[in-house]
Structure formats: C-alpha cells, structure tokens
Design a protein around this ligand. Structure first.
Ligand code: SF4
Ligand code: SF4
Length: 206
C-alpha cells in the first residue's frame, strides 16, 4: 500500500499552488450574476472615485461584474521585516463574522495553498504570535477579547484585517481599526485565500 501511494504521488507530481513564484494568478472567485436592473450601491461602497474595495460586499447589486470576478486586493501599511521576514506566527480571531471569511482563512493552511511552505504558521495563543489575523465586524462582546489578544502579543507585532467586515465594518458594525491599529487589509467578501496570503506576506516584508 505505501508503495502504491508513493507511485501515485510521483505520477501526479506537486499539486500545491505555486504562489508567489509566478505572481498573483487572475483566478475568478465569484459567479458572474448580472442583475436585470443594477442599483446604486446600498452600502456606500461605490463613490464617484470608484468602488471602495474595503467596503464592497461583492453582492453584485450594482452590476459591477469585473469587481466581483477578480481576486480581492490588499492594502499593506506596515511591515515587521527583520527576522520575521521569513518566519511568521499568526493568531486567528473572529470578532463577529458570518464565518465565510473563516473558511477562506482555513484554506490558507490546506495542502493546496500550504502557508507552511512560505514560513507562515498558525498558533493557538496570542502569546506566541507576531500577527493578529482578524475577521468580522467588531461586536461589543468581542471588543475586550480583541484588546486582550493584542495586549498579550509580544513586540514587534502586526494586525491584519481580513474581509470587508474587519476592514470597514461593512453594514454590520465597527472595523477592527476602531479598536487596534491595522497594518494590512485583505479585501473581499470573503477574500480569496491567496489574498489573505498576500496580506501576510506584505506585513512580513516580502
Ligand atoms: S458589489 Fe460592492 S459596490 Fe456593488 S452594490 Fe455590492 S457592495 Fe456596492
Ligand atoms: S466580509 Fe463578507 S464573508 Fe467576511 S464575515 Fe463579513 S459578510 Fe462574511
């Protein structure tokens, strides 16, 4: 049996994603459902300057198909760098999500995206974390938990907000930046696993 698995593995080759070797691939992440009568964005995400990616829920009501069918983007404002450039420990916290963002973050660790190969590891305690990865709009019950998790982390540390709810609060509540300073945002509702990886690579300084 083990020989059979080895031969099968050799035959199929490496299936893990090659990100970031060839840059960011233009993968589609949302079905292209065009509304019959596009409406003005009810969430205030669409302005005269264009769509605010940190506030867009990818609902498609405005008919912005292009926006919804591409990878979300990232906004990196701070880098840890130094010895954390190649090895980063991440503590994940949900402060009020619908759980779709959680699923995408979980995929970051799966064999296909494999964050371990990039030196990005998840830890179950903020005391061992360099990065606080937060999903969801901040609910009143989770506000003190977010503060405590941040306080428990050693310096230097960074915060990554993942998804529209965490980045801008969306229509549901307050953004993560209303509690702690945010160093990077992974946009999308929910963001693609590669977008989450890109934000983590960004705060690492890579
Ligand atoms: S897709 Fe984004 S910009 Fe368009 S209506 Fe929905 S939230 Fe607003
Ligand atoms: S950003 Fe979208 S997918 Fe993520 S928690 Fe908010 S509503 Fe859910």
């Amino acid at each position: 049996m083990p020989l059979r698995w080895i031969l099968k593995g050799l035959k199929r080759g490496v299936l893990t994603h090659d990100y970031p070797k060839k840059g960011r691939p233009p993968e589609g992440v949302a079905p292209e459902v065009v509304p019959e009568e596009p409406v003005e964005c009810p969430f205030g995400a669409s302005t005269e300057e264009g769509v605010d990616p940190s506030a867009c829920l990818n609902c498609g009501l405005c008919g912005d198909v292009e926006r919804r069918s591409t990878l979300g983007d990232v906004d990196v404002r701070g880098e840890l760098g130094g010895s954390l450039r190649r090895s980063l420990h991440v503590f994940f916290l949900d402060v009020g999500s619908c759980t779709a963002c959680n699923t995408e973050v979980a995929l970051v660790k799966c064999p296909y995206y494999d964050s371990d190969r990039l030196g990005i590891f998840f830890t179950p305690t903020p005391k061992h974390a360099d990065v606080l990865l937060v999903v969801g709009a901040v609910t009143e019950g989770m506000r003190p938990v977010l503060e405590e998790a941040y306080e428990a982390m050693p310096e230097p540390k960074a915060v990554v907000a993942v998804g529209t709810c965490a980045c801008s609060g969306g229509p549901f509540g307050d953004p993560v930046s209303s509690v702690v300073d945010v160093d990077a945002e992974a946009h999308g509702c929910p963001p693609h696993p590669l977008t989450v990886l890109e934000a983590l690579m960004g705060v690492a300084g890579r």
